[in-house]
Write a protein that binds this ligand. Sequence first.
Ligand SMILES: [Zn+2]
Length: 200
Amino acid sequence: MWRLPLNFVTAILLLLCVATAAMWVRSHYAKDVYQHFRLYQASDSFRFVADMIRSDDGVLAITRWEDVGPQSAIPAEAFADMQKRAGWSVNRPPTIYIDVAPNAIGFDYQRFEWNAAVLLPTGPAPVTGDGALALPYWCIFSLLAVLPLWRLVAWRIRRQIRASRIRRNCCPNCGYELLPTYDRCPRCDVPCPFGGAENT
Ligand SMILES: [Zn+2]
């Protein structure tokens, strides 16, 4: 009953594993930035929300940078630039590249970080709400691989148990000892792998 959905999930996870491995390799050759920028305006105030997924040097980082303030606080050309950037984009230069502050919360991150603060390389900005989560690809890959690996091991074990039951003239399904005259297992009604009718 639950085997089919579990197989489906395992297949999806395997696909994601392959995709993760491909991205992992790619991250060492190319820097990818997927951006979603939104600009909200109301009378004189504005709110700029930048969501980014960055793939770089073996690490996948998700960052959100939010800037709120009066329009008069920023230069008109900076504002026009924000308007131009709004929307989805992939690797569009020049990218607002937000670097995750190393050890911003004292976590020895070594490519593994959860930060509440980000640094803006373009200079100080009225940053009001930021978050960054950076995960190394090896970590993502391992998490995705747990279920497929566990199922592979379980399948191998099940197969060994079946084989050893058949060797001992027992039902491969439930382990009940079978007589050569039996056609089906008296306990679970599974066809015998030997004897009786040629059920194999
Ligand atoms: Zn049985």
